[in-house]
Design a protein around this ligand. Structure first.
Ligand code: B1M
Length: 210
């Protein structure tokens, strides 16, 4: 069952992915099992094929669409309803970057951990993050980036927060495949999380400390 979800994400067969995830849940597979053993490895394989020129952007896009469909089926299982919000997060993929699957997953697990999530989407400018900080007064701002060419936008965003005096009003969390702890330290982020589960765990732990 999980193998066919894996194959269908790679093929980009949206309906089969949604059906497969629904059936896997009904058969008792846990949502994180479905994610970590089928869906995420499938996207990694798509990335490997793209790198080796075995597939191209249209194929990546239809796989991403299928992944989104599967994530929507998983959403209620990842995000528990009826939990009092423990804090608020403004989340977005930084300027110049259109990747949102990982960011969406982080959002879902933060919701599951009890956070109220304001998702600004992709290609989010520093100005838009600043506007959202002023409007929503979040406990955290989460910046996601998937490209080595867009991680400098994380630094630019944090610098812009300092320039307008909002840096001290919020905790900044960063993540995404090319990001690591050393980079997070270098740009002055408060938290680096390597994956969505750790983002939710670290966000909760940080709130308990303050
Ligand atoms: Co793009 N892409 N892509 N792509 N794409 C990568 C990232 C790439 C590694 C593929 C490759 O070459 N192997 C490569 C980047 C190379 C590099 O920078 N070194 C790449 C490239 C080059 C590009 C383009 C430049 C291609 C081109 O146009 N020539 C272009 C850029 C467009 C742009 O953004 N301006 C591009 C476009 C696209 C699509 C639009 C076609 C599509 C995105 C669709 C979408 O997201 N809606 C796409 C896809 C699908 C990928 C791959 C195949 C899959 C990404 C993904 O969703 N992974 C990717 C290859 C790969 O990752 N192996 C690739 C699954 C997801 C669950 O993982 O996003 O890593 P991830 O998220 C994880 C963690 O990183 C972390 O938690 C998540 C879940 O555990 N995390 C956070 C993420 N954000 C976080 C935030 C946090 C904390 C943790 O706190 C706030």
């Amino acid at each position: 069952m999980l193998n066919s979800i894996y194959d269908n994400v790679i093929k980009g067969d949206l309906e089969s992915v949604k059906e497969g995830v629904t059936q896997a849940l009904a058969a008792g597979h846990g949502s994180s099992d479905i994610l970590n053993t089928a869906m995420i490895p499938a996207m990694q394989e798509v990335g490997r094929r793209f790198e080796n020129e075995e597939c191209y952007i249209p194929e990546m896009l239809i796989s991403a669409r299928a992944m989104h469909g599967g994530l929507e089926v998983l959403r209620p299982h990842l995000a528990k309803a009826d939990v009092e919000p423990v804090g608020k997060v403004v989340l977005g993929t930084v300027k110049g970057d259109l990747h949102d699957i990982g960011k969406n997953l982080v959002g879902m697990l933060l919701e599951g951990a009890g956070f109220d999530v304001v998702d600004l989407g992709v290609n989010v400018s520093p100005e838009k993050f600043i506007e959202a900080i002023r409007q929503h007064k979040p406990d955290f701002v989460g910046l996601s980036a998937l490209l080595t060419t867009t991680i400098p936008a994380m630094q630019a965003t944090i610098d812009a927060f300092k320039d307008v005096g909002v840096r001290d009003q919020t905790i900044v969390m960063v993540g995404g495949a090319p990001v690591n702890q050393a980079f997070a330290d270098k740009i002055g982020a408060d938290i680096y999380a390597p994956n969505a589960a750790s983002a939710a765990k670290k966000a909760r732990a940080m709130l308990k400390r303050i």
